[in-house]
Design a protein around this ligand. Structure first.
Ligand SMILES: Cc1cc2nc3c(=O)[nH]c(=O)nc-3n(C[C@H](O)[C@H](O)[C@H](O)COP(=O)(O)OP(=O)(O)OC[C@H]3O[C@@H](n4cnc5c(N)ncnc54)[C@H](O)[C@@H]3O)c2cc1C
Length: 405
């Protein structure tokens, strides 16, 4: 029987990991299945652009994995049973069901790579779930896009949250809709973590785009046409965009896997669950300690580093070789400020901003190149396909047997 590797989620971490595993492990004794809720690869890093009205191309996952041997199951994961080594799914178009009926099902695994990413964190603030918009998923970004399209000139938009996604979202919206009155609510002060020059650059960009900044302003409730601050003031907002952080899906915590307070799966240096050795985690849902001794931030870069380490460890353990240590770095942030401006801010080992930063059009071009590179890497999972794929340590044929044609 083949070793069944199931990858949950085909975002930056899961899609890349599945391609990498298929590239290196022989299909003669491994079977790789990816489960994803939607049929496309969604470039989450561009969802604020989608919300702002730009047209993005979404690549079909069937095209991404065509010819790789990876099996794709389009279904929503509802649970993991790490004792029985099964995954519960729902909403799948089952091949055996007549008339395209959608059904519940179960998949068995020998090795699981959990990469379900994250979604918006409401923090229990009243009115957010009912009235606020967000850009953390394609469906919600499209909802915001539609709402903005129906909002006439002079309408008010409030983006809540001064983190990276809040900054990228508010600048993108202000640039694409100069006819709107766009504001940002920051619980603290905007961009104080940046180097002094980058901080100045950020404020100049906000001024240029006409964004009003409400600093030291926590939002305590959201209503249909305004937001209420912690000190009882009302900020007009025909549209409130909630951008106050990411939260992971509760599936991991409910499954009995050891999780951190954030709900992320606690992993060792090889991205293996500390409670269940058949389970690995990568991307936003992994609580991984980086090489600087601190938890890696939820980011595309961390998704890259963690999936590289997870796949290297899975391959090594299955093929009986030494587990390599790959880098788990946090270098800094590339922050877009609309389409023509950006800030690249590097950080040191203590996550303090270095004095050097890059801003302006060159930074915007580099950021755009990084996004294109990430998308290209996902879309070409067989790039660099080795001539020989590795056999499992238990395989009867010699290790390094030729790839089946
Ligand atoms: C607007 C925006 C801008 C960003 N900009 C940057 C940036 O500039 N730089 C940066 O480093 N990071 C950025 N990020 C963060 C980055 O996008 C995430 O950290 C990254 O996507 C994490 O990758 P992942 O593979 O863990 O999760 P995801 O990319 O979210 O992938 C998770 C996958 O799992 C699937 N899934 C989820 N739940 C289920 C389920 N129950 N069943 C089946 N499938 C499911 C999803 O459909 C998705 O395909 C940005 C995020 C946003 C929203």
């Amino acid at each position: 029987m083949k070793h069944r590797i199931v990858v949950l989620g085909a975002g930056y971490a899961g899609a890349f990991a599945a391609g990498n595993l298929a590239r290196r492990l022989s299909p003669a004794d491994t079977e790789i299945t990816v489960v994803n809720a939607v049929p496309d690869f969604v470039e989450r890093m561009r969802l604020h652009q989608l919300a702002a009205g730009q047209d993005l191309a979404f690549r079909k996952l069937t095209d991404v994995f065509a010819g790789t041997g990876v099996r794709l199951r389009l279904a929503r994961v509802t649970g993991v049973d790490p004792e029985r080594r099964t995954v519960a799914v729902t909403g799948e178009d089952r091949e055996d069901a007549k008339g395209g009926a959608r059904g519940d099902g179960e998949l068995a695994y020998d090795t699981l790579l959990y990469a379900l990413g994250s979604s918006v964190a409401h923090h229990g603030v009243p009115g957010v779930a009912e009235y606020a918009f967000d850009v953390t998923g394609r469906a919600s970004a499209l909802r915001l896009r539609e709402r903005l399209a129906g909002l006439g000139g002079g309408g008010t938009v409030l983006v809540v949250g001064e983190g990276l996604t809040g900054i990228e979202t508010v600048t993108e919206l202000a640039e694409s809709r100069p006819d709107l009155s766009v504001a940002l609510a920051a619980r603290g002060q905007l961009g104080t973590w940046l180097s002094p020059k980058a901080h100045r650059h950020l404020h100049q960009a906000f001024d240029r785009l006409g964004i009003t900044v409400h600093e030291n302003t926590g939002i305590a409730a959201v209503e249909p046409s305004w937001a209420i601050t912690a000190d009882g003031r009302s900020i007009p907002a025909d549209v409130t965009v909630w951008s106050a952080g990411f939260a992971v899906h509760p599936i991991a915590a409910a499954s009995g896997l050891e999780v951190a307070g954030t709900g992320q799966i606690v992993v060792d240096r090889t991205m293996r669950s500390v409670s269940h050795p058949d389970v690995y985690a990568a991307g936003d849902c992994a609580y991984a300690i980086g090489d600087n001794g601190r938890p890696l931030p939820m980011s595309c870069a961390s998704a890259g580093f963690t999936n590289m380490q997870a796949t290297a460890a899975i391959i090594a353990r299955l093929t009986g070789s030494e587990v390599p240590t790959t880098g788990l770095e946090y270098y800094g942030n590339h922050i877009s400020l609309g389409r023509r401006d950006a800030i690249i801010q590097m950080v040191d080992g203590d996550v303090r901003s270095k004095s050097w930063y890059l801003g302006g059009r060159t930074a915007a071009r580099i950021k755009s190149g990084v996004l294109r590179g990430a998308g290209w890497g996902i879309a070409h999972p067989t790039f660099g396909m080795p001539k020989r794929k590795r056999r499992l340590a238990t395989a009867t044929e010699p290790a390094g047997a030729k790839v089946a044609a």
